[in-house]
Design a protein around this ligand. Structure first.
Ligand SMILES: [Zn+2]
Length: 239
């Protein structure tokens, strides 16, 4: 995505939420200037540039978590928030090249598509739709992944704006489940229930595998797991 598009979307969304729009918009192009690197591969681990298109949501979420941490603790969150929205905006634009059986030169097509996206106005309804969407912190990646990268300039612009707004709301004013105060109750009952299948082992060692599996499943299904994530997010806790 072109720098002016990143800045344009970020400016509009930040103004809507009453944030330091200029600073965050400036930060929203930094992953193209100072890229992120990560280790890839199992046997031959190599350091490579983190992708900007395709599978980027996890990376964006990690930056959002850092932004939330800084926001709650009163330190500068604009730099990391800018990086997070950059990845979400790039994600919205499909990087697939070619149309039906016609293949353009990659760079040419990529440039045409990016110019078309740049010419789109920032859709206000995408911002207000995101503002109205209830999205708990633990749901962010799954909700964002339901939005697919698009080659259509209007759709790509809409989705990039929507994801930016959803992300910024998650940092400054996250939705929090009503039953957060029941976290302790869920946890205690969850542990008790998860412990019960293990009692079968006393009856016969034959039950070991099934007992362990059911115990783990019960632990895994406990709503406390997601509530704990939401609670940590609310308090700006990172581990
Ligand atoms: Zn990029």
């Amino acid at each position: 995505m072109k720098w002016k598009t990143h800045k344009k979307i970020t400016l509009e969304v930040c103004r809507y939420f009453g944030l330091e729009a200029e600073r965050i918009a400036e930060a929203s192009i930094t992953p193209d200037i100072a890229p992120d690197y990560a280790l890839y591969g199992n046997t031959h681990r190599r350091k490579r540039r983190v992708k900007h298109h395709g599978d980027v949501l996890e990376n964006a979420y990690n930056y959002l978590r850092l932004a939330r941490y800084s926001y709650v603790n009163g330190s500068d969150y604009t730099r990391v928030l800018g990086r997070a929205v950059h990845y979400l905006q790039d994600y919205a634009v499909s990087s697939k090249r070619g149309f039906l059986f016609i293949k353009f030169s990659d760079d040419y097509l990529h440039d045409v598509k990016e110019s078309e996206v740049a010419n789109q106005p920032v859709p206000f309804d995408a911002i207000s739709e995101a503002d109205k969407t209830v999205c708990y912190p633990h749901e962010f990646i799954s909700k964002a992944s339901r939005i697919k990268p698009s080659g259509d300039p209007e759709v790509a612009m809409y989705n990039a704006t929507y994801l930016t707004a959803l992300a910024i709301k998650l940092v400054i004013d996250p939705d929090i489940p009503d039953d957060l105060d029941r976290l302790r109750v869920y946890r205690v009952t969850g542990y008790v229930f998860a412990f019960l299948p293990l009692l079968f082992i006393l009856k016969s060692l034959f039950f070991i595998p099934i007992s362990l599996v059911s115990s783990y499943l019960i632990y895994w299904m406990n709503p406390a797991r997601n509530l704990k994530k939401d609670m940590d997010w609310l308090n700006g806790k990172i581990d």
